[in-house]
Design a protein around this ligand. Structure first.
Ligand code: NI
Length: 184
């Protein structure tokens, strides 16, 4: 984890091996976790993005944040150990992108409603139902905690269309990883 000025974190990209690893549950919400969440929110807003999961900043812990404006209101959530416990509503398609897959986007089909359980930053159990854009972003972020990217949710034809772009991004990422190794 590299700290940049103002505590924004480096986001790892497609081709980095940690992006496809499952993350481990958090057993205590301590100061370190709260600081990580703060830095993740900063990093997400600066990018700018509407969601960020800890593995994207190369921390393999089950933490995600979301933040966006909807209907004139700002929605922001930080979830520790989030779990989807149920789905409802119809599947719908939405053109998704990801801060770890820059420059690439595609329509992903997902259920429009979810039941979520997790732990708050105050270490209290939380349970809620999300619909629409919030449900969309949460499903995308919770997927990250299992090492799943939105491109893994595409059908073979859609994935094939992106194959070249993904291969180029993967090569760029691997070059960057090698340079970092040499410096370390
Ligand atoms: Ni993403």
């Amino acid at each position: 984890m590299l700290l940049r000025p103002k505590n924004t974190l480096d986001i790892i990209t497609f081709g980095h091996p940690d992006l496809v690893q499952p993350s481990a549950p958090v057993d205590r919400v301590d100061q370190e976790i709260r600081e990580l969440v703060r830095d993740m929110l900063r990093t997400m807003y600066k990018a700018p993005g509407v969601g960020l999961a800890a593995p994207q900043v190369d921390v393999l812990k089950r933490i995600c944040v979301v933040g966006f404006d909807e209907d004139g209101r700002h929605e922001e959530l930080a979830l520790i150990n989030p779990r989807i416990t149920g789905y409802f509503g119809q599947e719908s398609g939405y053109d998704e992108g990801c801060l770890s897959v820059p420059g690439i986007h595609s329509v992903v089909f997902r259920p429009s409603g979810i039941m979520v359980e997790g732990i708050s930053l105050q270490e209290e159990p939380i349970r809620f139902q999300a619909e629409g854009f919030m449900a969309r972003v949460l499903q995308h972020e919770i997927d990250h905690l299992d090492g799943i990217l939105f491109v893994d949710r595409l059908g073979p034809a859609e994935r094939e269309k992106l194959a070249q772009q993904l291969a180029r991004l993967e090569a760029r990422t691997q070059k960057k990883c090698k340079t970092a190794e040499r410096r370390a």
